[in-house]
Design a protein around this ligand. Structure first.
Ligand code: GLA
Ligand code: ZN
Length: 682
């Protein structure tokens, strides 16, 4: 976590690249930052080429001047290691640092996030640079976090990666026979007699159209290996930093709902999680909430850093709409509402060249404080300053959890059949959004995490059940928990080999059903079913199941096709708890109705009763609760406050029962001391 003993407020700032500007402009930047209430700068994100002109030379002189200027202005530093883009000279002299793409083409120097994670050059000079930086800047009180590289991502299929993959497999499986068994290589005559026969699964081997694979086992392991390779490089940098600065707070910036890396595994090695949050135009607000909850879940509920967001506009979407007036404030507080303890931007000063020159910034091309965006930034700066440390370090106490697992994501979307429309995030989003839109706080957690604190655990599309994860859920349900899973679950074990004996494999006893067949519906076609007196759509996949102890709770099963009448929603009483199965994908109204029923049965209270598209979340700390109220609509709304409370942004106290108005995109934070009237356990 961040060192809270050093903080008296939510840090406010972001990525600053003064190396792109003449030095005489820097003091004016500082003036603008002071005006905006900026107190943290992420420095040195893309300066490797500037700092290291050759193999044996570092030049920190300009960075020294930047650091000193920031310090003189009372600004803290998040120090990046710069290894997100290697220097051109390094690529020319040591081409092993260049990645090879999935078509087997070795890239030339260019772009960024471009180093092969298994390149001897990268593994040598990346960590060495991190170490040199840490040695050089050790002891600087101003540095509150070390930011390794930038947005680790992508993949490489070069020969160094191929060799490293074989070593990774040896380490994992021990023998080639074990690899053959894990990947079921008897299929299509793939039996290997030695590790040296194994090649990378790219378009030259197992890949075909759109990155699909003919051999799931090898492709799944390659994804794991790529994630591990990048993590290994990151940790070599971390080791270097820690040996120079033992109490360093180390992070790297994660992307929202990013598929390529197993962030759950990565987060264990970081001191604090950091998020780059760029909702696309038109994303529902619940998707952004899910992003935040994922970040909070990665380190057991610890607060995280909002490392990047745009103050106004992105540059990389087809249509880059402006954040409407008030939305910058709303989305910043939304992050805090879900557990972020910093509010930071990309970029502090708008570049004039290359692809990010039209990306929003704190200091725009106009260079003036007299802009709408700057005024909004400065107003938020004042608000953050006024709030001070009150909410720092507070935590969410969610009573609902949604299980999330990268292996499962990779495996389900690698699958050839039953339907290319099956998307993990979509299915997770259906259950998550239903709960979130009813204002239940939700944790996103890995399936091997302790579940006892939750009254409701949902495992959407839990296709791959690894190791003893079923036992974790079995124990939870037997002990009285309420568990929900959905179609095409329990199908394979950790190597993507089917668990035989009938679906849903290892979950059969918990769910009390046998799924005999799965019918994929071509896009646009639909079945339906009735639940709670209403008819709902059934799409994507319709599982055809038999009750084996469970009861059917929908009314009459599917309404059409040859499996008309086959159960859609079932419940199994298992030990002291209940396990529910939803045999198909339905619409938002169904999930709200069904999960809403379960929450009520479990006596779960939403954070607050509010109009649609108003979000309420809760963080707790030392005898108080903070309820964040966020109006995601442009229109004003009215809400009734159920407890005696103080409001922290606009000030004032409210007795329970007061009605307050919230303008479009407005935000309030209520502090509710424990024991105040109307205060219930969430
Ligand atoms: C990412 C990167 C930044 C910048 C922004 C633009 O988050 O980390 O360097 O490119 O995207 O949105
Ligand atoms: Zn490589």
């Amino acid at each position: 976590m961040l060192d809270y003993t050093k903080l008296d407020k939510i840090l406010y700032g972001g990525d600053y690249n003064p190396e792109q500007w003449p030095e005489e402009t820097w003091p004016e930047d500082m003036r603008m930052f002071r005006l905006a209430g900026i107190d943290i700068l992420t420095l040195n994100v893309f300066s490797w080429a500037a700092i290291q002109p050759s193999e044996d030379c570092y030049d920190f002189s300009r960075l020294d001047r930047i650091v000193e200027l920031a310090e003189k202005n009372g600004i803290r530093i998040c120090m990046a290691t710069s290894t997100g883009a290697h220097p051109a000279w390094m690529a020319m002299r040591h081409p092993d640092i260049l990645r090879t793409d999935e078509h087997g083409i070795r890239r030339k120097f260019g772009s960024r996030h471009n180093s092969c994670p298994n390149s001897p050059t990268y593994l040598k000079y990346g960590p060495a640079l991190a170490g040199a930086l840490a040695q050089h800047y050790r002891g600087r009180e101003s540095i509150v976090a070390w930011h390794i590289s930038n947005e680790y991502s992508g993949e490489c299929y070069c020969e160094n990666c191929e060799k490293a993959f074989r070593d990774w497999l040896k380490e994992k499986y021990g023998t080639i026979e074990a690899v053959n068994a894990a990947w079921d290589t008897a299929f299509w005559g793939h039996t290997f007699y030695g590790f040296e026969e194994i090649v990378v699964p790219d378009y030259r081997s197992e890949m075909f159209e759109g990155g699909r694979t003919t051999f799931q086992g090898i492709s799944l392991d390659y994804r794991r290996f790529m994630s591990d390779s990048m993590l290994r490089e990151c940790l070599l940098e971390a080791d270097e930093i820690r040996s120079a600065v033992p109490d360093a707070v180390i992070t790297t910036n994660f992307m929202a709902l990013y598929k390529g890396l197993d962030y759950a595994k990565w987060a264990k090695h970081l001191d604090v999680v950091a998020l780059d949050c760029y909702p696309s135009n038109g994303d529902p607000w619940t998707r952004t909430s899910m992003t935040h909850d994922q970040m909070r879940g990665l380190k057991n509920g610890d607060p995280y850093m909002l490392m990047e967001q745009t103050p106004s506009v992105t540059n990389w979407q087809p249509y880059n709409a402006l954040k409407r007036p008030g939305v910058l404030r709303l989305l910043s507080w939304q992050a805090v509402a879900h557990g972020a303890d910093t509010v930071m931007f990309f970029q502090m000063k708008q570049s004039i060249g290359a692809c990010e020159k039209y990306h929003g910034a704190v200091i725009s091309h106009a260079g003036s404080e007299d802009t709408r965006v700057f005024r909004e930034i400065a107003a938020l700066g004042t608000e953050l300053k006024d709030l001070g440390a009150r909410t720092l370090g507070s935590r969410t106490a969610a009573s609902a959890a949604v299980l999330f697992d990268w292996d499962n994501w990779w495996a389900i979307e690698n699958s050839a059949g039953p339907s290319t429309d099956i998307r993990y995030l979509t299915e997770v989003g259906r259950m998550y959004s239903a709960l979130r839109s009813m204002n239940y706080d939700v944790d996103l957690v890995a399936p091997d995490q302790p579940l006892d604190t939750y009254r409701l655990v949902c495992a959407p599309l839990w296709y791959m059940v690894k190791g003893r994860d079923d036992e974790n859920v079995r124990r939870y349900v037997a002990g009285g928990g309420t568990f929900v899973t959905s179609f095409f679950s329990g199908i394979v074990q950790e190597n993507d080999l089917v668990t035989t004996g009938g679906y849903p494999g290892k979950l059969r006893d918990i769910l009390g059903i046998w799924v005999e067949e799965n019918d994929a519906l071509p896009s646009g076609s639909q079945n339906s079913f009735r639940y709670g007196g209403r008819e709902y759509p059934a799409g994507i996949l319709c599982d055809i199941l038999h009750l084996r102890g469970a009861q059917q709770i929908d009314e009459g099963g599917y309404t059409g096709d040859f499996y008309k009448g086959s159960p859609v929603v079932t419940v199994n009483h298992f030990g002291k708890g209940r396990a529910y199965y939803i045999a198909t994908a339905s619409g938002p109204e169904f999930y709200r109705s069904f999960l809403g029923d379960l929450c009520r049965e479990q006596g779960m209270e939403p954070v607050m009763e509010v109009p649609a598209d108003v979000e309420a979340t809760c963080r707790r700390k030392e005898g108080a609760r903070f309820v964040f109220l966020l109006n995601h609509k442009a229109e004003a709304v009215k809400v009734r406050i159920p407890w005696d409370c103080a409001e922290l942004l606009k000030g004032g106290t409210y007795p329970a029962g007061s009605e307050i108005g919230l303008a479009g995109y407005d935000v309030r934070i209520f502090e509710i001391p424990d024991g105040s009237a109307g205060c219930q356990q969430v």
